[in-house]
Design a protein around this ligand. Structure first.
Ligand code: FAD
Ligand code: FES
Length: 284
């Protein structure tokens, strides 16, 4: 199909992406695999996001959820409002626009050689997945890996078959917790009753571990308290923040918080950085 956005050079003009597959995961969460023209997103790093444009509707920031972006980018989207609902109406073969990658992402260079603890709550598993996939692709560069994933209801577990494989690996420790066990039985995935904080208590984490966290803001305060109780320094605790965003490139001011543009300086900050942005989250 002829379209108005291919071959454009303007940084605010999206690159065309064709929806290759639509994979429903749990409740209103769906994985979209999108093939992009050229190598526009090939330098994407874990924790970065794209601006997804649904023609005629608008744009929304969405985290890239795959550790390696070649011709295909993976996005996990929850249907919540205008843009995401319009995306859920689309079919395989339809095209969307993508701008990016934007944001700083997780500091993988600083993580190299160190133990890592990745903590995801709910849909926060999307950017955390990009990080575990990247780290496992470069496994020899990192120390011990602990992955903790929590959700309210076990039926909302995302990336079920991938977790089955992760749980079998001997070179990482995986904890999955749900506040309520419900829905169809999940064997061979063992979901424990509890919260992310219970899993942090149960995990054996060295005080030098680097921690990457993404989840609902209410989770952050409790996670931070638990990590600090384990003697982990604030500078090793990295949180991915969701702010309202429009342009993604530090121009419109929508994401301005405490003197910084979250779309450029973030969305990933460590705790000392967050303390300089007092309005960002209450936990800092
Ligand atoms: C860096 C970053 C990464 C993100 N990554 C992801 C991701 O990987 N996956 C994902 O699904 N989301 C992600 N988000 C969140 C996503 O961008 C937002 O949920 C976005 O608003 C969705 O766009 P929308 O147009 O569908 O929703 P909107 O129409 O903007 O609605 C968003 C929220 O506002 C509520 N709302 C909308 N209209 C009204 C109204 N009239 N009155 C009251 N409430 C209303 C909706 O119920 C919804 O809760 C990310 C956000 C950021 C900043
Ligand atoms: S989203 Fe426009 S300045 Fe950050």
């Amino acid at each position: 199909m002829n379209n108005p956005i291919s071959n454009s050079r303007c940084p605010l003009t999206p690159t065309r992406g064709v929806i290759r597959s639509i994979i429903p995961m749990a409740s209103d969460n769906t994985l979209f695999q999108i093939t992009v023209d050229g190598d526009a997103l090939s330098d994407c790093m874990p924790g970065q996001f794209v601006q997804l444009w649904v023609p005629g509707v608008g744009e929304s920031p969405i985290s890239v959820c795959s550790g390696h972006v070649g011709a295909t980018v993976e996005l996990t989207v929850r249907k919540v409002g205008r843009v995401t609902s319009a995306l859920f109406q689309m079919n395989e073969g339809d095209w969307v626009g993508l701008r990016g990658p934007y944001g700083n992402g997780f500091p993988v260079e600083a993580y190299r050689g160190k133990d890592l603890c990745l903590i995801a709550g709910g849909l926060g598993v999307a950017p955390i997945r990009s990080l575990w996939q990247y780290v496992l692709d470069h496994r020899e560069d990192f120390g011990k890996i602990t992955l903790i994933y929590g959700m309210r209801h076990s039926i909302d577990l995302l990336f079920r078959s991938e977790f089955k494989m992760l749980l079998r690996r001997r070179d990482m420790e995986v904890f999955i917790a749900a506040e309520e066990l419900c829905g169809p039985a999940l064997p061979p995935i063992s979901v424990q009753l509890g919260r992310v904080t219970d899993m942090i208590k149960a995990a054996s984490l060295s005080p030098t571990v680097e921690v990457a966290v993404c989840g609902p803001p209410v989770m952050y305060k409790y996670v931070i308290d638990e990590l600090k109780a384990k003697g982990i320094a604030e500078s090793q605790i990295w949180l991915s923040l969701e702010r309202h965003m429009k342009c993604g490139i530090g121009k419109c001011g929508h994401c301005f918080v405490g003197g910084a543009f979250a779309c450029k300086a973030g969305p990933v900050f460590n705790l000392p950085q967050l303390r300089l942005l007092p309005e960002a989250v209450e936990c800092a």
